[in-house]
Design a protein around this ligand. Structure first.
Ligand code: AMP
Ligand code: ZN
Length: 113
């Protein structure tokens, strides 16, 4: 499959990993939009949020506990951070393997652009 994040999971493309377990991987975004910009992904290929199924509930819950852990490990838990998932083109999704952007290290605007 020609998916860049599956290639990262399989070790075919390098990434600066910050967390990994059997089901989830977290790594630095290649084009950071904040002092900290981490992507958290399931190792299983799911193209968008709309492809999530009932059986993925536990996986998505687990991803949030990984985000919690990464925030503490990297030290941006105290000031806070933002979690974003873009779903399809109009939201700005460019990589069609579901991912959770974790942005931190600067004040965030609302509404987002
Ligand atoms: P989105 O636009 O929500 O689909 O986000 C995709 C993100 O993946 C962007 O922030 C990209 O900078 C990031 N990205 C693309 N290729 C890589 C890569 N090889 N390693 C790390 N991050 C990447
Ligand atoms: Zn994939």
């Amino acid at each position: 499959m020609n998916c860049i994040f599956c290639k990262i999971v399989n070790g075919e493309i390098p990434a600066k990993k910050v967390y990994e377990d059997e089901k989830v991987l977290a790594f630095h975004d290649i084009n950071p939009q904040a002092p900290f910009h981490i992507l958290v992904i399931p190792k299983k290929h799911i193209s968008t949020l709309l492809e999530l199924e009932e059986r993925d509930k536990e996986l998505i819950g687990h991803i949030y506990t990984v985000i919690n852990r990464v925030a503490r490990d990297l030290g941006f838990d105290e000031k806070g951070f933002r979690v974003v998932t873009n779903c399809k083109e109009e939201a700005g999704q460019t990589v069609f393997h579901i991912h959770f952007h974790v942005l931190a290290g600067r004040p965030m605007d609302w509404p987002p652009g």
